[in-house]
Design a protein around this ligand. Structure first.
Ligand code: NZQ
Ligand code: ZN
Length: 385
């Protein structure tokens, strides 16, 4: 029987020229931390527009959030939030900056002497207080603009782990597709792959049959398949940027997973590849997912066949369609310049042992049924060499 809680209070402002509406969203009394990364926002004009819109506000900047945000850097921002009594963290950037803001929002409210890695990442769901977050996304991929999740890399521990808490769901998200137009081919491809895999992590499970959620998921997948070639042909195609940005948000704002099981094993394995080898998040996913499907083909047969028929227009028996769906998905990843083998992403073959051993040490089991253990991961990555 369908049952779920769905809470997404994010005020979405989508379209061009929305940054100038900031004063209508932010009380004059707010003490704002403007958080950003390595400076791409200074090259594409978003920095200047944001600063101009917030002229007259108490605003402190914190730059330098890395891709795959580092715990160590975020903790420096926590000190600034506490010292400056910040009341709103405004993340201006991609998923890494948005995720950092969420973690910082939780960590800044921890009692002094806490272990922020334990309390605001690994057990983040227990937090009862946070500095509110708002975002201006500049890279369409993660859906972080409208969800409670974040992923932080502890460089000292060589761990990249996910956290989440409804308190840090962005209060508002100002989504201007043109802000993403300065993303290069690599980042654009990474984003397309990430959003496409997000949908599949929630749809291609051991569930069977049509539901509202499965039709929604198939619609997002078809939209991404339709718009991806347009972006590959012309990164400046603003119409395509808008369609994809919308799809990426809907891919991971919780709508398509209402009341259904989700997999996420591909992501869990991907995070280990990123923290060990520095591989872009999206590039880990296109290597892992098709090989995970090959290893889990029998148990996922129903949804692989449904995905093949309803999204990829494949015909034949369930078994034929399932196998063709895996191949066609790899062809799509290759068409957006993504790797489908470890070697194509400069990941050494010994990653198979390294990742399996890391997961075995933690005793983790992933997947919609908790069956993806270190032995199965070893098999998946062996196929991906
Ligand atoms: O350093 P900056 O200036 O921000 O440059 C970034 C960075 O170098 C650049 N970039 C961003 N917007 C740009 C731009 N360059 C030119 N023009 C623009 N408009 O792109 C590089 C990558 O940015 P990043 O934020 O790291 O990329 P993405 O948005 O793909 O985020 C990846 C992070 O999100 C996490 C991943 O694990 C990874 O850490 N994820 C977050 C999720 C969530 N919160 O729900 C789910 C995802 O599965 C994912 O795990
Ligand atoms: Zn992802």
């Amino acid at each position: 029987m369908l049952t779920f809680n769905f809470y997404r209070p994010t005020n979405l402002l989508f379209g061009e020229g929305k940054i100038e509406e900031l004063p209508s969203l932010v009380q004059k009394s707010e003490r704002i931390l403007m958080l950003y990364g390595g400076g791409s926002i200074k090259k594409n004009g978003i920095y200047d527009r944001t600063k101009k819109a917030l002229a007259g506000y108490h605003l402190v900047e914190f730059a330098g959030i890395e891709p795959n945000p580092h715990y160590e850097t975020c903790m420096k921002a926590v000190e600034v939030v506490q010292a400056e009594k910040i009341s709103l963290i405004l993340a201006v950037g991609g998923g890494s900056v948005m995720d950092a803001a969420k973690f910082i929002g939780l960590a800044a409210k921890l009692p002094s002497g806490s272990d922020a890695w334990q309390d605001a990442v690994l057990h983040s769901h227990r937090r009862q207080d946070a500095v509110p977050v708002a975002v201006i996304p500049t890279l369409a991929a993660t859906g972080s603009e409208m969800n409670a999740g974040f992923v932080i890399s502890n460089v000292g521990l060589t761990e990249k782990r996910a956290g989440g808490n409804p308190l840090v769901i962005p209060q508002f998200a100002i989504m201007e597709p043109s802000a993403t137009a300065s993303c290069d081919l690599r980042q654009t491809s990474n984003g397309i792959a990430d959003a496409y895999v997000h949908v599949l992590e929630q749809y291609l499970t051991t569930d069977k049959g049509e539901t509202l959620q499965s039709y929604w998921a198939e619609g997002v997948l078809k939209t991404i398949l339709q718009v991806a070639p347009k972006l590959m042909a012309n990164l400046a195609d603003l119409e395509a940027r808008a369609i994809f940005m919308h799809a990426a948000t809907m891919a991971l704002n919780g709508m398509i997973s209402m009341g259904v099981t989700s997999d996420w094993a591909t992501h869990m394995i991907g995070h280990e590849l990123t923290i060990l080898y520095g591989t872009d998040h999206g590039r880990t996913l296109t290597i892992v997912m098709p090989n995970l499907w090959r290893v889990r083909r029998e148990i996922k047969m129903g949804r692989l066949a449904q995905y093949g028929r309803n999204v990829l227009d494949l015909t034949g028996s369930d078994s034929e369609v399932a196998d063709a769906a895996i191949i066609e998905t790899e062809k799509f990843f290759v068409s957006i310049n993504m790797p489908i083998k470890l070697s194509q992403a400069d990941i050494p073959a010994d990653a198979v042992e390294a990742v399996s051993a890391k997961v075995a040490k933690r005793g983790d089991r992933f997947g919609e049924d908790g069956q993806v253990d270190s032995t199965m991961i070893h098999a998946i990555l062996t196929l991906a060499k």
